[in-house]
Design a protein around this ligand. Structure first.
Ligand code: 5GP
Length: 120
């Protein structure tokens, strides 16, 4: 697994504004934008501001205020997108076995249709 944060990863570039994204939400702790290859009618990625590779280093090293702010932002985005009535799924791939492709922590938010059973 990655051990040092690569500041040239695509989500770091999005955070710095170097490449565009279709933004749905931003606050001091988090940025949310539509996935470029959506797997559901709503497929949004929520990322923390800060150099975190995955849940592994985030949960070990991030300040409590950022962890709280990040998860509040995920909930805020789901609410803003109208997902609370029908429900939604959150997913975060962490590391090689989980096929994490972009080495900046991101939570996928899926909704807008009835989802199937959890994928393996
Ligand atoms: P992972 O496999 O790392 O959990 O998921 C990475 C996700 O990032 C994929 O769903 C992929 O479609 C999305 N993605 C990759 N590159 C970009 C990009 O440049 N812009 C956006 N908006 N999404 C991207």
């Amino acid at each position: 697994n990655y051990t040092t944060y690569d500041s040239e990863n695509i989500f770091a570039k999005i955070l710095r504004g170097e490449i565009p994204c279709n933004k749905v939400y931003e606050d001091d702790h988090a940025l949310a934008f539509h996935d470029i290859n959506p797997q559901a009618p709503v497929h949004v990625l929520v990322i923390p501001k800060g150099a975190y590779i995955s849940m592994m280093d985030f949960t070990a090293e991030a300040p409590a205020e950022l962890i709280t702010g990040f998860f509040r932002a995920v909930g805020h985005v789901a609410r803003d997108l109208g997902l609370e009535d029908a429900g939604y799924r959150m997913l975060a791939n962490a590391g090689a076995d989980a096929h994490q492709e972009v080495p900046h922590l991101h939570i996928h938010l899926f909704g807008g249709r009835k989802l199937g059973p959890m994928l393996m």
